[in-house]
Write a protein that binds this ligand. Structure first.
Ligand code: HEC
Ligand code: HEC
Length: 424
């Protein structure tokens, strides 16, 4: 039985109750109200300590520092100590994310490739940078990236949003925003704008000069941590007790998704429909990357360069074709699919898994994915009736969170002045 995967994440598990009741405490001690420490169960002690700490803090600081608001059914994300989340940082980051000042020629922002209404990816098979350069891979969706264990399609070395943001801004292989070597120019552009002078100061009040690249990526990360998608019909069905939130077909499709026949849940399970998650309190589990057998160009599991997966980073044979399993939230609005956008529709995705890997009949990438010797054991192939296919599609569609796709808090700030390209 693997329906355990449908259970709420650990955060929602019932908290261990303190086991002491007044009756446990010997009479004389009870009346004196001073308990010898060893008589107190550990849980009660911890609770008392917490209560004390809370009181002490209440005296010193009347207001708790703001924390990232997260849904009840999600665990707490790990946020780097060097970038405590504040609403001011997130608001600054929102402006930066949507601002073409971040590109060398003023034509692109992060949002040029990460469109909100498409779950923060775009509709291109492969991304196109500000100078027209074609990226080897497809733009990725950004919902719930605060919980991503690693970032990008297959890079075990990029583990924080702060580090990740440097790549599109300053990377030149490929050129995305095209600011390599132009740090000063970028910071001057931002400094020239009153909208930013006010907000950098509010986000980094302790800094004499808050205009730094480190603060720029901190703010972008703080904004991206607010991109939380947790209100799809499937969430309402699973976590809010709304039995009618999804159709009977979608409910059957969910059973298939979590079945030992289709196996999808092994890599796309949990609260984020991806096993590449990280959260507070989770033991370090190593990075999660899998071969889902999209290619097999040499009969030995080869993937076309440069998209050889984790192998591109490590150079190790055993990493050939290993990619992160993307979250399936909002997947219905995110076509085309896979790291190179080579699978046009969800129907084609199902064909791929049903066949236990994709067959590319001819051309330079020809090969039979189902014969890929590195293929994951969880991509065995299966037979699916037409009705079952419709059910699975209904489930995948029920992962669309319309509130997230239209939330004005994720959109470009209305008062952010456009870039006319002539500022310093
Ligand atoms: C030219 C298009 C383009 C632009 C502009 C762009 N991105 Fe991306 N983004 C991509 C592509 C392509 C990937 C996948 C990269 C890879 O795997 O090598 C990606 C991946 C990501 C990821 C990883 C998501 C995950 O789940 O692993 C994050 C986060 C991200 N981008 C944030 C940003 C931010 C922040 C900016 C602006 C500073 C930005 N992107 C600008 C195309 C773009
Ligand atoms: C062994 C792990 C594994 C299993 C099992 C698995 N997937 Fe995947 N899935 C992946 C990986 C890895 C990728 C990305 C591969 C790539 O881009 O080359 C992916 C990509 C996808 C995508 C495309 C997402 C995007 O953003 O482009 C969809 C949709 C998907 N899987 C659905 C399913 C369904 C439905 C099942 C069950 C029939 C399933 N997966 C089973 C690992 C898995």
């Amino acid at each position: 039985m693997h329906h355990g995967r449908l259970q709420r994440p650990p955060l929602l598990a019932p908290r261990p109750e303190a086991t002491a009741t007044p009756a446990d405490v010997p009479g004389p001690l009870r009346s004196r109200r001073v308990l010898p420490l060893p008589a107190l169960p550990l849980a009660a002690l911890a609770l008392a300590a917490l209560a004390l700490a809370a009181c002490a803090e209440d005296d010193a600081l009347p207001e708790e520092p703001p924390t990232l608001p997260i849904p009840d059914h999600f665990p707490a994300p790990r946020i780097p100590a060097s970038n405590p989340w504040t609403p001011e940082r997130a608001e600054l980051g929102r402006g930066l994310f949507h601002d073409t000042r971040l590109s060398g020629n003023g034509t692109q922002s992060c949002a040029s490739c990460h469109h909100q209404e498409r779950g923060f990816t775009d509709d291109l098979p492969r991304a196109v940078g500000s100078t027209g350069e074609l990226h080897p891979r497809r733009s990725m969706a950004l919902a719930n990236v605060a919980w991503a264990r690693t970032l990008n399609w297959a890079n075990p070395l990029v583990t924080t949003l702060e580090e990740q943001a440097l790549i599109p801004i300053f990377g030149d292989h490929p050129v995305e925003l095209g600011m390599a070597g132009r740090e000063r120019e970028l910071l001057d552009r931002l400094r020239a704008e009153p909208w930013y002078r006010e907000r950098f100061a509010a986000a980094f009040p302790d800094d004499d000069d808050p205009f730094t690249v480190a603060n720029l990526v901190r703010a972008l990360a703080a904004f991206q941590r607010t991109l939380i998608s947790a209100d799809s019909p499937v969430d309402r069905f699973l976590y809010q007790g709304d039995f009618d939130a999804i159709s009977p077909a979608a409910r059957r499709g969910m059973e298939l998704f979590f079945s030992e026949r289709l196996e999808c849940f092994h890599c796309h399970g949990g609260f984020n429909f991806s096993d590449s998650v990280d959260h507070d309190g989770q033991a370090f589990g190593g990075a999660a990357f899998h071969v889902n057998a999209l290619y097999n160009i040499d009969g030995q599991g080869g993937y076309p360069a440069p998209n050889t997966g984790v192998h591109e980073v490590t150079g190790r044979d055993e990493d050939m074709g290993r990619f992160k399993a993307p979250s399936l939230r909002n997947v219905a609005v995110r076509a085309p699919y896979m790291h190179d956008g080579s699978v046009p529709t969800l129907d084609d995705v199902i064909d791929h898994y049903a066949a236990g890997g994709r067959t590319v009949p001819d051309g330079p990438n020809a090969g039979i994915g189902a014969d890929n010797p590195n293929r994951s054991l969880f991509v065995p192939g299966f037979l699916l009736s037409d009705d079952e296919r419709e059910d699975l599609l209904a489930f995948l569609h029920a992962l669309t969170d319309d509130a997230f796709l239209t939330d004005p808090r994720h959109a470009r700030p209305e008062d952010l002045p456009p870039f006319d390209g002539t500022a310093p």
